[in-house]
Design a protein. Structure first.
Length: 265
């Protein structure tokens, strides 16, 4: 608990809120190119049926609060169906790489690491993380390649009304997805060696707090915020921006936690 409090104070003292807002802004700018980059790979892997696309889209929305589902779908759906050229794919990769470079710089600022990482080294780490992410996505969506009817019958015979499946899909899968992504970033982005244990602790904090914030954010928007009365038809996008900002605040606090754990170990 002392480490968490120390990390929150360190986050606030070292312009954490400003950095989180900067990352949020550039995340929005890089989101479309990055989604196009990933979706083009996914389309290549599951190009045989649009039924798979819809399933993928539904799973992506699980990491966001429920009321943002419509906004996320309006952003993702045109992208996941869009056919792009190899030249466009290269441009999207470069755009997302530039954002990754900025994220790398901020993380290493938290870890107080001044040595520079070469473009080739950064590109290697970027490709490695993308490769690991794609393997995890394919493994996560592995059930897509089984006949849906077989899976449906199998689970209906084992679990009545899919209660356990729903629980895993709504709570466990989003938590594990956030945990794995944060762990990879905390482990590989710092330019010095980070222990697996400390990276896992920071990732656990990030995933747990973000899941709790997701529930609180739903309550706030529905019962307190009333963003729809203030912003009208644009309230979904405003809520999405606020959520992205909260996400990066928690992510940066998690990075401070990992750094402080590394200092004391």
């Amino acid at each position: 608990m002392n480490t968490v409090l120390k990390s929150i104070i360190s986050f606030a003292k070292n312009d954490g809120f400003l950095i989180a807002s900067s990352l949020s802004f550039y995340f929005i700018l890089a989101l479309v190119p990055f989604l196009l980059f990933l979706s083009s790979i996914l389309i290549f892997l599951v190009s045989s049926s649009t039924h798979y696309y819809n399933f993928i889209i539904q799973k992506i929305t699980l990491i966001f609060p429920v009321m943002l589902k419509g906004t996320i779908l309006s952003i993702i759906k045109p992208l996941i169906h869009k056919k792009i050229s190899y030249f466009s794919l290269i441009l999207y990769a470069i755009t997302s790489l530039s954002y990754f470079y900025m994220l790398d710089a901020y993380i290493n600022k938290i870890f107080k690491i001044n040595k520079k990482r070469s473009i080739l080294d950064l590109f290697f780490v970027y490709i490695m993380l993308i490769g690991i992410a794609m393997v995890l996505i394919v493994a996560y969506l592995g059930g897509l390649f089984l006949p849906f009817e077989f899976v449906d019958v199998m689970f209906r015979n084992v679990i009545k009304h899919f209660l356990l499946v729903d629980f895993i899909g709504i709570y466990i899968v989003p938590f594990l997805s956030l945990f794995i992504i944060a762990f990879l970033l905390y482990k590989f982005l710092p330019r010095n060696k980070v222990s697996v244990k400390n990276a896992m602790k920071g990732a656990f904090f990030f995933a747990l707090v973000l899941e709790i914030l997701k529930r609180l954010f739903i309550i706030y928007v529905k019962n307190i915020g009333k963003l729809n009365f203030i912003y009208g038809a644009f309230w979904g996008y405003i809520a999405f921006l606020v959520w992205v900002y909260l996400l990066f605040c928690v992510f940066l606090i998690g990075a401070h936690i990992v750094h402080n754990l590394e200092q004391t170990s």
